[in-house]
Design a protein around this ligand. Structure first.
Ligand SMILES: Cc1cc2nc3c(=O)[nH]c(=O)nc-3n(C[C@H](O)[C@H](O)[C@H](O)COP(=O)(O)OP(=O)(O)OC[C@H]3O[C@@H](n4cnc5c(N)ncnc54)[C@H](O)[C@@H]3O)c2cc1C
Length: 296
């Protein structure tokens, strides 16, 4: 039957609830390309119900021991397990204190019902260009740890996204954790986003900026954009305009203009490409300014 994309009932599938990652990897290997991993299911089940994908089996990660763990130490930085809920990331005291941009992004994702089910890892693996959690994590230098048939590997998050719905995950691999280093002293990071249609709608533009300052001089900067290219992306030329410079109003304005030039937005139901590009400029200024004000 031809897929219309309008099916409203879930197709039949087998559900597996492994208790360990090894068991989950074994199931994935046994079923080849016919199985999908599920965290909260808030993206996966919608796609299945709409007939966009129809895996024969779904491998739920909810029962995998310790996968929802969130840990923070000044030595090791932050680790967000692949099962950690958006709700718990948003509320975590260590994240709110040391990584407020990450807590803010998780807390701004969707609505309370979705945050009670969905995960940050699922948000990244779904690879929507508008994924709210991607820009802040990229700006803060996050890496993801994945395991698969060939063992474990680490991928910098700014290399993880390959296209809309596409990631660097190889067949049979599962993302197990997101790791974020502790920012250098005198750093700040902010995520700003915009949803003109409604607060619950996915964002039309998202910008995160991280700066490390020595007085007013910028030692390091990362600027990351969401919903304005096929993948969440860094605005590397904008970053280069900031590093080594005094972060004056003019310097920040130039970085905003450059970030807008680097963005590759499309027009869709949420916003026109023109509006998005203009808003990249505005939100980049705000994110950099906010990050500077956060520096202690
Ligand atoms: C009403 C509504 C509003 C929404 N609003 C927003 C919003 O404002 N901002 C936003 O960014 N998103 C939004 N979303 C999208 C979604 O809720 C988020 O992307 C959520 O974080 C997905 O997490 P999940 O755990 O439910 O992922 P799932 O649905 O379980 O999985 C998503 C994808 O990732 C894969 N996957 C999941 N975990 C792993 C893993 N550990 N390893 C490998 N692959 C994995 C799955 O196979 C699937 O392809 C919204 C969704 C709905 C239904």
């Amino acid at each position: 039957m031809k897929k219309t994309g309008k099916t409203m009932t879930l197709p039949k599938f087998d559900y597996y609830a492994p208790k360990s990652i090894e068991e989950a990897l074994g199931l994935l290997a046994d079923m080849g390309g016919n199985a999908r991993v599920m965290a909260g299911g808030t993206d996966l089940m919608v796609k299945m119900r709409n007939g966009l994908i129809s895996p024969e089996a779904v491998i739920g990660l909810k029962n995998v021991a310790d996968l929802d763990c969130i840990s923070f130490s000044k030595m090791k930085g932050l680790t967000i397990g692949a099962g950690a809920l958006l709700r718990d990331v948003a509320a975590h005291k260590g994240i709110r204190k040391h990584f407020p941009a990450i807590a803010y992004a998780a807390g701004e994702t969707a609505n309370v019902q979705i945050r009670n089910m969905g995960t940050v890892a699922g948000n990244l693996c779904n690879a929507a260009p508008s994924a709210d959690n991607a820009p802040a994590l990229i700006a803060l230098g996050a890496q993801v740890t994945v395991v698969g048939p060939d063992g474990e590997r680490t991928i910098a998050l700014d290399r993880f996204f390959k296209g809309p719905g596409l990631t660097a995950l190889e067949p049979g691999e599962i993302l197990i954790a997101i790791r974020v280093p502790l920012p250098a002293a005198h750093s700040g990071a902010v995520y700003c986003h915009l949803s003109p249609r409604s607060k619950v709608d996915i964002c039309a533009v998202g910008v995160a900026a991280m700066v490390t300052l020595d007085g007013n001089t910028c030692l390091n900067a990362r600027v990351s954009l969401g919903a304005v290219a096929p993948i969440p992306m860094r605005a590397k030329k904008a970053e280069a305009l900031l590093i080594g410079k005094a972060l004056t109003r003019t310097a920040i304005e130039k970085a905003g203009i450059q970030a807008a030039k680097e963005s590759r937005p499309i027009s869709d139901m949420r916003a026109s490409a023109l509006y998005r590009r203009r808003m990249v400029e505005v939100l980049t200024r705000r994110a950099i300014g906010g990050a500077c004000r956060q520096v202690k």
